[in-house]
Design a protein around this ligand. Structure first.
Ligand code: ATP
Ligand code: MG
Length: 369
C-alpha cells in the first residue's frame, strides 16, 4: 500500500475513533440521566464508577489504536530503510556482490526505492566488471606490443651490429643486412599503424574513403601483391574469381586491402605445413560478393572459433606466444567489414586448415525511368 494511503487511513482512524467513542459515551450518559430523571432517582456512586470505567476504557482504546497505527507505519518504513542502509554500507566498502531482496507483494514508495537501489547496484557491478576487463585488456595490449616490437627491434640491432662490426664484409652481405633492417622497420611500421587504427576504432574515427571498385580488377591487383610476398615464404597461392567482369562494390580500397592482408597474414602466421597453400575465391551470391580465403595451416580449435573476432582474443596463448600478436587483427577486420555493411565468419578444422568468409554488398545502378 502507498505511504499516502497509509497516512490517510491513519488520519481517518485517529479522527473518527475518538469522535465515535465520545459519541457513544455521551449517548450512554444521556440515556442513563434520562432514565434517572424519568424515575426521579439520584445519581448513585455505582453510576459514577461506571462512567469512570467508560472514560478509562476509551483512553485505553485510543492509546492502543494510536500505538497499532504507529507500529504499522514504522514497520513499513523501517524494514526497507534498514535494507537500504546495509546496502549503502556494502557499496561504501566496495562490495557489490549482494542483492537487496524486494518484497514483490508490497507496492509502496519504500519498496520502489529498494527496486531502484537494486538496479543501481546491478549497474555499478556491471561497470566495475567492465572496468576490470578493460584494464586487463590494456595491460595485455601493452605486454603484447612490447613483445611484438621486441622481435623486429632485436633483429634490427643484430643486423646493424653485424654491419658495424664488419661481419657483413661483402657488398652482397651488407645489401642483405640492410634489406632485412628495412623489412623489420616495415613490420614495426605496420604494427604501429595497426595500433593507431585500433585507437581510432575505439572512438569510431576510421577515415573511410568509399569508392566504386571493380571486383575483378581490384582483387587481381591485391592477389598479385600478396603473391610476391607469399612466394618468398614458400607458400602457394591460387586465385579463383567466379564473378562477372563488371561486378562493382562500394568500398574503401585501402581498408579492404587491410582486411585481405590481415586474413592472409594470419594464414601465414599460423601455417604449420611445409607445403602451405592459400586459396582465394570470389563468388557471386546474389546481392553480395563472397570472398573466401582458405589455408591449410594449423586450424582453429572449435572452442576458440566463436571468439576469434573479439578484441584481444588469441587462441591458445601458450602456443601463440611464439608467433607474437595482440589479438586485434581480426577485430579490426570485423569492424571494417561491418562498416561496409557486410558480414564475416570462419570455419576451421584443427590440424587441417581455416576458411575465412566475408560478404560485401554489390553496387547496383538505379535505372533511370
Ligand atoms: N588462419 C588462421 N589459422 C589458425 N588460427 C587462426 C587463423 N586466423 C586466426 N587464428 C586464431 O585467431 C586468433 C585471433 O586472430 P587475430 O588476427 O585477431 O589476432 P593475432 O593474429 O593473434 O594478433 P594480431 O593480428 O593482432 O597480430 C589468433 O590468435 C589465432 O589463434
Ligand atoms: Mg592476426
Amino acid at each position: 500500500m502507498k505511504l499516502k494511503s497509509k497516512l490517510v487511513i491513519s488520519f481517518c482512524i485517529i479522527m473518527f475513533v475518538p469522535i465515535l467513542l465520545a459519541f457513544l459515551v455521551i449517548a450512554a450518559f444521556f440515556k442513563v440521566q434520562w432514565q434517572m430523571i424519568a424515575q426521579n432517582i439520584e445519581v448513585m456512586p455505582d453510576m459514577r464508577m461506571l462512567f469512570l470505567e467508560i472514560v478509562s476504557s476509551v483512553i485505553l482504546v485510543l492509546f492502543l489504536t494510536a500505538a497499532m497505527l504507529m507500529v504499522w507505519i514504522y514497520q513499513s518504513m523501517v524494514t526497507p530503510i534498514r535494507k537500504l542502509q546495509s546496502a549503502a554500507e556494502n557499496i561504501k566498502e566496495g562490495n557489490l556482490d549482494f542483492s537487496i531482496d524486494v518484497d514483490g507483494a508490497e507496492q509502496d514508495e519504500m519498496n520502489e526505492l529498494c527496486v531502484t537501489f537494486e538496479e543501481m547496484r546491478r549497474r555499478l557491478k556491471e561497470n566495475a566488471e567492465e572496468k576490470i576487463r578493460t584494464e586487463k585488456e590494456s595491460r595485455d595490449l601493452v605486454s603484447n606490443i612490447a613483445h611484438d616490437l621486441k622481435t623486429p627491434i632485436t633483429a634490427v640491432k643484430g643486423y646493424a651490429e653485424g654491419i658495424i662490426d664488419g661481419v657483413a664484409n661483402t657488398p652482397e652481405k651488407i645489401d642483405k643486412y640492410v634489406r632485412t633492417i628495412y623489412s623489420k622497420a616495415n613490420e614495426m611500421d605496420t604494427l604501429i599503424n595497426e595500433l593507431t587504427l585500433y585507437s581510432k576504432i575505439d572512438t569510431n574515427k576510421i577515415p573511410y574513403n568509399f569508392a566504386k571498385i571493380n571486383v575483378e580488377q581490384y582483387f587481381a591487383d591485391c592477389i598479385e601483391e600478396i603473391g610476391v610476398d607469399l612466394e618468398t615464404r614458400g607458400i602457394g597461392l591460387a586465385y579463383y574469381n567466379y564473378t562477372e567482369r563488371d561486378v562493382v562494390i562500394i568500398a574503401d580500397p585501402e581498408q579492404l586491402r587491410r582486411v585481405v592482408n590481415n586474413i592472409v597474414g594470419n594464414s601465414v602466421k599460423y601455417m604449420n605445413k611445409a607445403n602451405g597453400f592459400i586459396n582465394v575465391r570470389i563468388k557471386d551470391v546474389g546481392d553480395f560478393i563472397q570472398v573466401e580465403i582458405e589455408d591449410n595451416g594449423r586450424g582453429i580449435p572449435q572452442k576458440d572459433l566463436p571468439y576469434i573476432f573479439d578484441r584481444f582474443y588469441r587462441g591458445d596463448v601458450s602456443r601463440n606466444s611464439a608467433t607474437g600478436g595482440s589479438g586485434i587483427g581480426l577485430s579490426i577486420v570485423k569492424k571494417i567489414i561491418e562498416d561496409h555493411g557486410g558480414k564475416i565468419w570462419a570455419t576451421s578444422k584443427e590440424g587441417t586448415g581455416t576458411i575465412m568468409y566475408f560478404v560485401i554488398r554489390k553496387y547496383q545502378e538505379v535505372p533511370n525511368e
